[in-house]
Design a binder for this molecule. Sequence first.
Ligand code: ADP
Ligand code: ZN
Ligand code: MG
Length: 479
Amino acid sequence: MDNKYVATIGLEIHAELKTASKMFCSCKNDPDEPKPNQNICPVCMGHPGTLPVLNKQAIKHVLKIGYAVNGNIADFTEWDRKNYFYPDIPKGYQISQYKYPLVSGGELAGIKLTRIHLEEDTAQSTHDIHKKSLINFNRSGVPLMELVTEPVIHDAETAVTFAKELQLLLRYVGAGEANLEKGEMRVEANISVASPENTLAQKFGTKTEVKNLNSFRAVEKAIAYEIQRQSKLLERGEKVVQETRGWDENSGTTYSQRLKESSHDYRYFPEPDIPKLKISEISEFNKENITKETKELPWIKRERFTKVFGMTEKEVAVFVEQSEVADYYENVVKDNSKIIKLSTNYILSDYLGLLKKEGKEISKISTTIIAVNFSKLMTMLENRKLSSRGAKDTLAIMMNDNSDPEILAEKNGLIQKNDEGEIKKIVEEIVKNNTSVVEDFKKGKAPALQFLIGQGMKLTKGSANPELLKKLILEVINA
Ligand code: ADP
Ligand code: ZN
Ligand code: MG
């Protein structure tokens, strides 16, 4: 039955934008304000007769995203009233964009986009245990970007990859934090199933829309569940009802919330109190001005790191997802291409681990050990002035001492000994004191050699070059 139906998925994703003030008033846009109803005024509480004023920064954020995904930027745009009744929107309508979104088309992570528009967030209602409902207007009027994809996704995993890429993009361009857990980014998945032939002919089945997805895991699990549920219905000859469904994390199932309304139910009409915009006539909004502040986009960085540094997909992902780590890495390797590979390994597996162990934030990466010192450490390892053991020990010391690694390694006796004469003396000593082990080795017991090398490392407190030790031990034994 798994192959009998093909799933089709389209995503609608809302993201709260990071701006100083709200979308249509001068109240502070602070999603972290713990006290309810602090950042409010008659405009964002929907009092009659108030006048909204557009937030330019919010428009810029959407345009940054629009340019990044190669969408068509609207020449003409306007806002519309989307009418519905709910206590979280007391004026009876949400200001949104309907006919003329800021962005149409475009593509992200290989998925075709339908549109990206700008609207206002609603207030937050909570229903407490005494059956009372409480409303907090701090969020009301916060700028909200809505992005809609075409129905071109066919599995849960791709949907998650897409949502993660959008999150990354929002963060890269500074448009928002986009944490799903905090409701800063909200993913709604439209899902249908149909036979492979019908799917190919774009005759999709009836869709449901799943909400309350508070994590990427929830997105993945809810889509997978819904595909199964719909497939089973069709299998039994039943029909999928077009509706909005919620995701219940505890039971791992979706449940019916309400029958889906269609756009005509909202009686959209142009918002008369906000001026219409001719984007092309506003020079601040042109591509050059909007994109000059944005950093390298995530997918471009991904490609560059793969090509220039020869990293694996997994390694690249860590750097692209944490741009502070990527910037640090680039500073470390910039003057010495020979330490590219070593630096990738030592940053990913050692340095990040130590930072975590010491409870330090990722943002401390460039101050805990400054890049020039890290670079020097890697160069010493590359020159075999340090063994890998010595490098790890030096690194641990550097976590709390920002001095030159050469001085630190010297002071702690960690510089790798490459002096043949000096090591030869130690080797002769070892061979003399371990005659039975030497005999074992001569009889063909390979581990015996490892033991002798180990003795050398012990006597030199790990500072001897193990390659050199091995060479000299063989020389002395066979002499
Ligand atoms: P509605 O008018 O019900 O909101 P839209 O046409 O605006 O529907 O599409 C909303 C989202 O649903 C889009 O992301 C779109 O790609 C997706 N979608 C539309 N039809 C289907 C379908 N049959 N199966 C899955 N997703 C769909
Ligand atoms: Zn306000
Ligand atoms: Mg729609």
